[in-house]
Ligand binder design. Sequence first.
Ligand code: FAD
Length: 336
Amino acid sequence: MLKIQQNISLAQRNTFHLPVKTRWFMEYENEEDLGKILRDEYFQECLSIHIGQGSNLLFLNDYNGIVLHSRIGGMEITSEDEETVILRVGAGCVWDEVVAYAVSQGWYGIENLSAIPGEMGAAAVQNIGAYGVELKDVVESVEAYNQLTFEKQIYPAEACGYGYRESRFKNPHEDPHIITQVNLRLSKRPHFTLEYGQLRERVGEKPTLEGVREAVIAIRREKLPDPAVLGNAGSYFKNPVVGAEQFRRLQTQYPAMPSYPAEEGKVKIPAGWLIEQCGYKGKREGEVGVYEKQALVLVNYGGATGDEIALLAESIRTAVQERFGIELMPEVKYIV
Ligand SMILES: Cc1cc2nc3c(=O)[nH]c(=O)nc-3n(C[C@H](O)[C@H](O)[C@H](O)COP(=O)(O)OP(=O)(O)OC[C@H]3O[C@@H](n4cnc5c(N)ncnc54)[C@H](O)[C@@H]3O)c2cc1C
């Protein structure tokens, strides 16, 4: 069924809880209805954006166009053998419910991604990641509607352009797609990734799937604000990746600078550390601020506007640039 609403508030559909409105809100439950919307002439003339749970978005104004949302649900096994299972998941499924289901079935691979807000479709757009695991590690293929050709296509993982919080689906202007299903390759064979955060010490010598999931949820609760209580969009900036030579120079000047190896011999620096060094951790300006336990998270104390949040982000970017010569890039997507 297709649900169409006009002039509705998006305050409960973005985790900053910005009280913006959209001119149109359209929610579809199946591919047939999505196809109808995409082919509609009025839709094609309008500004449009597809959202999930709005946990990675910053609305700067009311949205003078069409906000689309998927309610395509369902999880089904499409193939399996002794070692692996391919799980086909509807784009509208809540991501953490997918993780909970996989853990309950004894399937390995996504337990470290427990409790990340949002839906399956967006997870595949963002290549969500946490505790040393990224969604791309388990993506078999992504099913999506190409908005230029109106054709449904299946993209194997290699064709999805995955990188750190990157994918081909993040460029809707050049290559517009709407994801309808994601096929995940999960393992029946026990294996864990415990080298990040405090995971290993939390789960002990004999890790279990449930134990890892519980530990991840507990660590996240201690570190991150619950958007239902304090509006936020998780990490506001990406962790910057610099060349080995630039990192050597930075390390000489700042020996305490933490780092992780990144692709192609590069080095990833935690953006939260850079922001904290610039004195922003716990800083509040009116209704916006930087979370006291994690400097990478910007929060709305209640009455902030998108512009105020963007302004604080800009002053953080400038401070980090001036002090370290590093450009922070937002992970959050700005919607104008
Ligand atoms: C408290 C908190 C903690 C977080 N922790 C993490 C973390 O540990 N790791 C991490 O990676 N992220 C984290 N995030 C960010 C966020 O949860 C992810 O980016 C998530 O994938 C966003 O899902 P969403 O459904 O809310 O998508 P939205 O924010 O609504 O949209 C995100 C993007 O996906 C696009 N999109 C949505 N659905 C579709 C679709 N079906 N087809 C095509 N495009 C689509 C949107 O246009 C937009 O570009 C956190 C956020 C919060 C609030």
